[in-house]
Design a protein around this ligand. Structure first.
Ligand code: FMN
Length: 397
């Protein structure tokens, strides 16, 4: 399945995001062999000697992570050799070089750009978004502290870059679509969204120590994995609605279904880090097969047919139809009268469920406002919101 992302061709939409799975060219080569279409290198910088990682630097949170890992400690020259070798062996795969530098050191940005494009990278990804460690050195998320800083860097890089330039943005900014729009206007060819969400994994309550305990101290870090998918979906859909350049989605993609959601919200490729860290490169087989079967089932011939398909359903709240009320209906054949819906409606709803200990709970239609909480708490899936909606005016008549 060939995918076009702007002017860049991918063998399929699945890309390894910048991170531990892309620490070296040899690792990326193994992933390409298994079927990954592209890989974003671990972020490369001229300040690599400053990138001394602490231990530990990752904590697990409900299937996701907080990490405080820095960018690549490898010299850019080593990365250039790796990219050259990768492109010689895997010319059909897409190598994306992730770079960062101090926000105002344009000479460094230029140098990295030239090195990576001469090595044969297909795309440059500008890391404007690492939320921990790097900002203290004036790099990473510092570059999106103000849209003007990001715009200036993109403009500078476009003066020397012959390959497409993607800006990787942070969700930890007031307005990510404005930032994307300004990057696009400054010449960016694509946007990657999102990097990690700034957060804190928590405290071990037996000791009072942070879950990432670096010799008795900790730091805020980046949250990744399924936990951040809703944040990423909002960012990707907002960006895809406001710019006309390629969007590469990252943030909580665990399977091909998540990928389809992001594509329907306007992404042309999807990047994955945490799921690979948890389950290895082999997940690509299931990702590719699942997507292929889904396309076959729905008679879809190209990604373009579904790209951005769902954007039209996202509106401002004031545009939603608030003159219609649906109400809950209980399937009496499934209900075991456990009382969960009653408790939810009594304590957090509209007291619209009448508990009937002898038989089934009963919905008081005139009180139900269709909030849907009873449906959510029902362990047996036996509550639906009726499709026979009535308008408020009808109810009032
Ligand atoms: C341990 C770790 C290290 C990471 N290092 C980088 C990095 O060097 N450069 C970068 O742009 N993003 C880095 N990321 C962010 C990922 O590329 C990705 O944007 C983020 O984790 C969200 O995707 P996910 O939920 O699939 O992990 C890192 C993420 C993790 C978990």
């Amino acid at each position: 399945m060939i995918v076009l992302s702007g002017e860049t061709k991918f063998l399929n939409p699945f890309i390894l995001a910048s991170g531990p799975p892309t620490r070296t060219g040899d690792m990326i080569a193994r992933a390409f062999k298994l079927g990954w279409a592209g890989a974003v290198t671990k972020t490369i910088s001229l300040n690599y000697k400053q990138m001394i990682d602490v231990s530990p630097r990752i904590a697990e949170i409900n299937g996701g992570f907080q990490n405080i890992e820095l960018v690549s400690p490898r010299p850019p020259e080593d990365w250039a050799d790796d990219i050259k070798r990768l492109k010689a062996e895997y010319s059909d795969n897409t190598v994306i070089a992730s770079i960062t530098a101090e926000a105002d050191k344009f000479a460094d940005w230029h140098k990295l750009t030239l090195m990576m494009q001469q090595a044969g990278a297909d795309v440059l990804e500008l890391n404007f978004s690492c939320p921990h460690g790097l900002p203290e050195m004036g790099m990473g998320a510092t570059c999106s502290d103000s849209p003007q800083i990001a715009a200036d860097i993109v403009e500078e890089i476009k003066k020397v870059s012959m390959i497409p330039v993607w800006a990787k943005l942070s969700p930890n900014v007031p307005n990510i679509s404005l930032l994307a729009d300004i990057c696009a206007k400054s010449g960016a060819d694509g946007i990657t969204a999102i990097n990690t969400v700034k957060g804190f994994a928590g405290i071990d309550i037996e000791t009072g120590m942070p879950k990432i305990n670096v010799a008795g101290s900790s730091a805020y870090g980046g949250i990744s994995g399924g936990l951040i998918k809703p944040v990423a979906m909002k960012a990707v859909s907002e960006i895809a609605s406001s710019v006309n350049i390629a969007v590469s989605a990252a943030g909580g993609i665990r399977n091909w279904r998540d990928a389809v959601e992001f594509i329907m919200l306007g992404a042309s490729t999807v990047q994955i880090c945490t799921e690979v860290m948890l389950n290895g490169y082999e997940i690509i087989t299931e990702l590719n097969n699942g997507l292929y079967e889904y396309f076959k089932r729905h008679n879809i011939n190209s990604m373009e047919e579904i790209k951005g398909k769902s954007l039209k359903y996202i509106k401002s709240h004031s545009e939603l139809d608030n003159d219609r009320v649906s109400y809950a209906v209980i399937d009496e054949n499934k209900c075991v009268n456990c009382g969960k819906c009653y408790k939810a409606c009594e304590d957090s709803g509209y007291q619209a469920i009448i508990q009937n200990y002898a038989a089934m709970p009963v919905i008081a239609k005139e009180k139900c406002t269709g909030c849907g909480l009873c449906k959510i708490v029902c362990p047996l899936n036996c509550i639906e919101l009726t499709l026979n909606k009535v308008t408020i005016s009808e109810l009032q008549r």
